[in-house]
Design a protein around this ligand. Structure first.
Ligand code: SDX
Length: 376
């Protein structure tokens, strides 16, 4: 047994062909392709194919994969009714975790975990999770669910089911860039959770449910909602510096900053900063962007020396707000995209599995006596 390493910091616990991260240089590649090139040129569908097949698709392969994904948009029979039973006060991440778990009960062979079966189940969850989120948000607004439109791509279809109208090209592209940049990221906490669960040869639904439970944590995917709450609390751009300095003085964590691996600016934050600026200009939300930029400058001055820079969650908050998403839907958006990465890791784990069973360093007593209860 190795010695105890808190939080497994620096421990390599898996091999993957999907994401390469150079934390010092602030580099991220999916199967060797820099994230910036994918954000500029790819689509979410093409990115999922890349992650799951270790190469970019031919035109014919992309058409076939897109057709299969669109065939997975529709909720299984009975799921729409199930979503309607969710209390309108439920937190969307609790709803999504519960509904993805429930999908297992609508699968004729839920426990099949051959690589092929895992891929098919992953495609189904990836395809219909947007309908679950959209149906829940409409239900809590007292609106009927809107059936998916298989003539639309992943991003356009989600926005259509959510808002009841076809999104603009610009909003569709912006959402797609968010999906591309959030799709996979090495052995982050939620991906590790998925691998740990599937390593017992449990099922894809249990593994994805565990991952969603992990992602909602504010130290992980939940940070994007924390960033938005912070931006909303800062009354104006000129108050941003004092606000952040007060948080630093109180030794509070600034959401959207810092990373276990990146000790430079998260390349996804750079991509989303550009997108956030454009969207903020287009939608009259420049105060959000200028507050964010000011916070980044203050944090650079105060914390760059400690290797604390913006991470993926910092500018995704402004981006999602400008796309018109409610604050408590930000982390579910992270989940919709990360189902691709989680599934890729589940498939990799099944292809070369070994049960995860690390040790624990015992720090209690030895050879202790059993004292009868009337003597305690
Ligand atoms: C994601 O792993 C992934 O790849 C995750 C992710 C993905 O794509 O899956 O990239 C997505 O989860 C991004 C991270 C989102 N979380 C946040 O933005 C929450 C705020 N950030 C932190 O809590 C923190 O930076 C973590 C949790 C992200 C990483 O923390 P570590 O590696 O455990 O570092 P640490 O807590 O040990 O901090 C080291 C020092 C501490 O100071 P000291 O006690 O040494 O004096 O840095 C400080 C921390 O207090 N610090 C911060 C800070 N983050 C770290 N101080 C102020 N604000 C922060 N945000």
């Amino acid at each position: 047994m190795s010695s105890y390493v808190k939080g497994l910091e620096g421990i390599v616990a898996a091999q993957t062909k999907m994401s390469y991260i150079d934390g010092a240089a602030g580099k991220l590649e999916y199967v060797g392709i820099p994230i910036g090139d994918l954000a500029s040129n790819s689509t979410f569908e093409e990115t999922v194919f890349l992650l799951w097949n270790s190469r970019l698709p031919t035109k014919a392969e992309l058409e076939a994969f897109t057709k299969d994904l669109r065939a997975s948009y529709a909720l299984p029979k009975g799921m729409a009714e199930r979503v309607k039973t969710v209390p309108t006060t439920a937190e969307p991440m609790h709803m999504l975790r519960t509904m993805v778990s429930a999908l297992a009960m609508h699968d004729a062979d839920p426990n099949a975990n051959s690589v092929e079966a895992a891929r098919a189940k992953s495609l189904k969850v990836l395809g219909c999770a947007p309908a679950i989120v959209a149906a829940y948000d409409r239900s809590r607004r007292g609106l009927d669910a809107i059936a998916p439109d298989a003539s639309l791509g992943f991003s356009a279809n989600f926005l259509y089911m959510l808002n009841g109208e076809k999104p603009t090209e610009a909003m569709t592209r912006a959402f797609d860039i968010c999906m591309i940049t959030h799709a996979d990221h090495g052995l982050n906490n939620s991906t590790f959770a998925a691998r740990v669960v599937i390593s017992t040869l449990s099922d894809v639904y249990s593994a994805l449910t565990a991952a969603i439970g992990s992602l909602r944590g504010p130290l992980h995917g939940g940070a994007n909602e924390g960033v938005m709450k912070m931006l909303n609390e800062i009354p104006s751009v000129d108050k941003a510096e004092a606000y952040v300095m007060d948080m630093i003085a109180r030794k509070e964590r600034i959401m959207g900053f810092g990373h276990r691996v990146y000790k430079a600016k998260d390349p996804r934050a750079a991509e989303l900063m550009t997108l956030a600026k454009q969207l903020a200009e287009d939608t009259g939300n420049m105060d959000l962007y200028t507050k964010s930029h000011k916070i980044e400058q203050v944090m650079e001055r105060e914390y760059a020396a400690k290797g604390i820079y913006p991470n993926v969650d910092f500018y995704s908050a402004t981006t999602y707000h400008c796309i018109g998403l409610k604050l408590d839907l930000f982390t579910p958006m992270f989940a919709l995209s990360r189902i691709a990465g989680w599934s890729g890791h589940i498939i990799e784990q099944l292809a070369d599995n070994r049960l995860f069973r690390p040790g624990a360093e015992y720090t209690g007593p030895h050879d202790a006596p059993y004292t009868p209860i009337d003597k305690r």
